[in-house]
Design a binder for this molecule. Structure first.
Ligand SMILES: Cc1cc2nc3c(=O)[nH]c(=O)nc-3n(C[C@H](O)[C@H](O)[C@H](O)COP(=O)(O)OP(=O)(O)OC[C@H]3O[C@@H](n4cnc5c(N)ncnc54)[C@H](O)[C@@H]3O)c2cc1C
Length: 432
């Protein structure tokens, strides 16, 4: 008899979404988290369609009570400081979701973890999953370690790997496949009392361009704090020093909008650096295991899609897991549709990311040539992707940018694709 119905590794947005929705369905759920919350995490800018998962989790009112900075738009700043026409979400979407938030992740993730606990999830913080238990080729649970270094094992018919960019299963099994062209690095930090734009634009995310298609993000948080970061090619950023503070100071000089805004405030705390930018796992599931959020795939954050994809994949994985537990089949095949649908959503965003980095592309050019596609483009920027056909947008993007073919990996292992499963023999056939 397994100890739990489902074990979830990782208490970020993907893990807490899976855990909460499964517990609400009456399953016995254990969530292991290596840190003690609250803890710092990058990724503060939400997409409007996060609203629908947050609503399903029952936390939208809580979000309003906490009073996160309201984000009505995303805007783009040229190197000489000109702001392009912002994408105001309410011009496209007549729904409360049109106003989204800039969240301090320490508080946001804690809120989601507390919510999971209140819905019946057993949560063990300061507990690190070390490896996966395996029996007859299927995952049967997790080997983990408590804060005081005590090893233990827990079992369940399904384990959901939600370990973020640590991506425990990917790393243990060599399943990580980098996106060949999206190999950037990022350096980021926090500012106090930097300049804010007035009125509706106060909470906007600003993407400010640098040479060679690098860019700054500017995300206004509460209490006069701004999250500011650079994403660019390694060779560009490290061209004359590897010191993150020096690189940051140098690049501020390369965009007038950023310079004007940040020079009024002061930097505080750490400079964080990350490489290993965009990747997707070889497969989304194995027998007894499913990968969710960044533990499955990470896409360059230029359109703030990370938390949206973590929440969305969390919701999709929870629904697939619930069905799998009810049917008693938690093999990888049970997650074939999950993988197919999730890869489809990621591919739409991925095409837009590739376009963004192409020297020949600009949103202005695209909209001038195809004004009727503005709505489709805005759908991508707000996360309204599921179930829509974006082939017309895709064809238009190809006029201006080198758009890649969809990645072939990320589905369940082909030996397990339902359409490739062994054909049931007719009565006059024999199985050799
Ligand atoms: C530079 C940068 C900027 C970004 N900006 C944005 C943005 O503006 N907007 C946006 O939406 N997204 C952004 N993202 C992406 C966003 O941070 C992630 O996509 C999102 O946090 C993914 O959620 P998750 O739940 O999958 O993983 P995480 O939020 O990383 O959660 C994973 C959890 O698993 C825990 N864990 C890991 N290993 C173990 C283990 N072995 N045992 C137990 N627990 C474990 C970790 O402690 C962590 O709490 C950015 C990312 C980067 C790198």
């Amino acid at each position: 008899m397994p100890d739990y119905d489902a074990i979830i590794i990782g208490g970020g947005p993907a893990g807490t979404t899976c855990a909460t929705l499964l517990a609400e369905k009456g399953h016995r759920v254990l969530l292991l988290e290596k840190d003690k919350f609250p803890r710092y995490h990058v990724g503060e800018s939400l997409m409007p369609f996060c609203w629908f998962t947050l609503e399903r989790l029952g936390v939208v009112d809580l979000m309003a009570d906490i009073g996160y900075t309201k984000k009505h738009s995303v805007q783009f700043a040229t190197q000489d400081g000109r702001i392009s026409a912002p994408f105001y979400f309410f011009e496209h979407l007549d729904h409360p979701a049109a106003t989204t938030w800039q969240v301090e992740r320490a508080e946001f993730d804690l809120m989601l973890l507390d919510n999971a606990r209140s819905k019946g999830v057993e949560i063990r913080e300061n507990t690190t999953a070390l490896d996966f238990l395996k029996q007859d080729g299927r995952i049967t649970g997790v080997r983990a370690r408590t804060e005081d270094d005590k090893p233990f094992e827990v079992t369940a018919p399904i384990t959901l790997d939600c370990t973020g960019r640590d991506a425990l299963f990917q790393r243990k099994n060599g399943w990580r496949k980098r996106d060949p062209k999206l190999n950037k690095i990022s350096i980021w930090t926090l500012y106090q009392d930097a300049m804010r734009d007035p009125g509706l634009d106060e909470g906007a995310t600003t993407i400010a361009y640098l040479d060679g298609r690098g860019w700054f993000w500017n995300i206004p948080l509460r209490n006069g704090i701004v999250s500011s970061g650079i994403v660019a090619e390694r060779d560009y950023l490290y061209r004359d020093t590897r010191d993150p503070a020096e690189i940051f100071a140098r690049e501020i000089e390369n965009n007038s909008w950023v310079k004007e805004h940040l020079s009024q405030g002061h930097q505080f705390g750490e400079y964080w650096v990350t490489g290993e930018y965009s990747y997707r796992a070889e497969h989304c599931a194995d027998d007894g295991l499913v990968l969710v959020g960044d533990a499955f795939s990470f896409l360059d954050p230029v359109f703030s899609s990370g938390v949206f994809l973590a929440l969305k994949s969390g919701e999709m994985a929870a629904d697939a897991t619930h069905a799998a537990l009810l049917s008693g089949d938690t093999s990888a095949t049970a997650f074939a549709s999950y993988g197919e649908n999730l890869c489809g959503i990621i591919e739409v965003m991925r095409q837009l990311v590739y376009a963004f980095y192409d020297e020949n592309f600009s949103f202005g050019k695209l909209i001038r040539a195809h004004p009727h596609l503005r709505a489709k483009l805005t759908d991508c920027l707000i996360g309204n992707i599921e179930g829509q056909d974006f082939s017309d947008l895709s064809a238009a993007l190809k006029e201006f940018a080198d758009i890649p073919a969809p990645l072939e990996h990320g589905r369940v292992p082909s030996r397990l694709q339902p359409d490739e499963s062994p054909v049931t023999p007719c009565s006059n056939e024999t199985i050799s």
